[in-house]
Design a binder for this molecule. Structure first.
Ligand SMILES: Nc1ncnc2c1ncn2[C@@H]1O[C@H](COP(=O)(O)OP(=O)(O)OP(=O)(O)O)[C@@H](O)[C@H]1O
Ligand SMILES: [Mg+2]
Length: 253
C-alpha cells in the first residue's frame, strides 16, 4: 500500500450506544490503573469522536478498513511501533490514534499500548475523560514507577500511557537515554502488542523527527479541506528518513 487515501469517509449516521468492556489482559502484568467506567465516560468519549468500538456504524467501519491496512503492513514487516502525526495542529492525530488503537485491539489477536507523546499539549487522556495524576514525563523525570503511570480505558486489550506533567523542552526529553530505553522495552515486551504514539505535528515541533529512530512506521493524518498540498509535501520531506506507511484523510464532511 502506498497511501491510505480516503481512509476516513463521510460519516453522519446515528451513533450506536457505547458499550464499555471490562479492562483486561495484555497489561495485566503491570498494576495499570483501570478507568472508572461510568455513563459520563461514554458521553464524553462520544463527544470526542471515539467511535471505533461501535458494533454497527459507518464510522467504525472506516476505522476497521484503516486497521486492516495498517495491520497488514505492520505484521508483514514485523513493525511494532507506529507514530501518528500530521503537518499541523488540529488535523485529527489524537482522534485517529485513539480510534485506530481501539479498532486494532478489537482484532482479538492484538493488544495496543497508546502513548501520548504530545508532551506540550497532551490530549489522549482528556479525550478518554480522565485526569491522570502521573504519566510519561513523571516516569522520565521523577522516577515514578511505570506501572503507576499506565492506565486502562474500558476497551479490551488497550492500555494508555498518558503524557504526564506538561513539558516545554519535549524533544530533548524524547531523545534522552531513559526514553529510548523505554521505547525499546515497550516494543519488545509483548509479541502481540503494537505501540501507537500520538505525536505532535511535524511542521511546528521537532519532536516527531527527534523520536523517529524509535519508530518503525508513521501514519500521516491529513485534514480534508484544511491541509495544504505543499504542507503535506513538506511534512513528507521532513519524514523522509521514516517508513511512512500512508496517509489517513480525516474529516471528509
Ligand atoms: N473527522 C472529524 N470530524 C469532525 N471533527 C473532528 C474529526 N476529527 C477530529 N475532529 C475534531 O477536531 C479537533 C482536533 O482533533 P484532534 O485533537 O484529534 O487533532 P490533533 O491533530 O491531535 O490536534 P493537536 O495537534 O492539537 O494535538 C477535535 O476537536 C476533534 O474532536
Ligand atoms: Mg493531538
Amino acid at each position: 500500500m502506498d497511501r491510505l487515501e480516503r481512509a476516513l469517509e463521510k460519516s453522519r449516521r446515528q451513533r450506536a450506544a457505547l458499550t464499555p468492556h471490562p479492562a483486561e489482559s495484555a497489561e495485566s502484568a503491570c498494576a495499570a490503573t483501570d478507568f472508572t467506567v461510568d455513563p459520563m465516560h461514554g458521553t464524553l468519549m462520544e463527544s470526542n469522536r471515539i467511535v471505533a468500538h461501535r458494533a454497527r456504524s459507518a464510522e467504525a467501519d472506516v476505522y476497521r478498513q484503516l486497521r486492516t491496512q495498517v495491520l497488514q503492513i505492520m505484521n508483514q514487516s514485523g513493525f511494532k511501533a507506529l507514530a501518528i502525526t500530521s503537518p499541523h495542529y488540529g488535523d485529527g492525530k489524537t482522534t485517529v490514534a485513539l480510534n485506530l488503537g481501539i479498532s486494532i485491539a478489537l482484532d482479538l489477536k492484538q493488544s495496543v499500548l497508546l502513548v501520548d507523546l504530545d508532551l506540550r499539549k497532551p490530549d489522549l487522556h482528556r479525550y478518554l475523560g480522565v485526569t491522570p495524576q502521573v504519566g510519561l514525563t513523571d516516569y522520565l523525570l521523577n522516577d515514578t514507577p511505570l506501572h503507576d503511570c499506565l492506565m486502562r480505558p474500558p476497551f479490551e486489550r488497550v492500555s494508555v500511557l498518558p503524557a504526564g506533567s506538561v513539558m516545554d523542552r519535549s524533544s530533548e526529553l524524547l531523545g534522552a537515554p531513559k526514553m529510548i530505553a523505554l521505547a525499546r522495552e515497550m516494543k519488545a515486551r509483548y509479541p502481540d502488542r503494537l505501540v501507537i504514539y500520538d505525536m505532535p505535528p511535524v511542521l511546528t515541533q521537532d519532536d516527531p523527527i527527534a523520536f523517529l529512530p524509535q519508530i518503525d512506521a508513521v501514519l500521516v493524518v491529513v485534514r480534508d479541506g484544511v491541509t495544504r498540498q505543499d504542507d503535506l509535501k513538506r511534512c513528507l520531506t521532513a519524514l523522509a528518513g521514516a517508513n511512512v506507511i500512508g496517509t489517513a484523510l480525516n474529516d471528509c464532511g
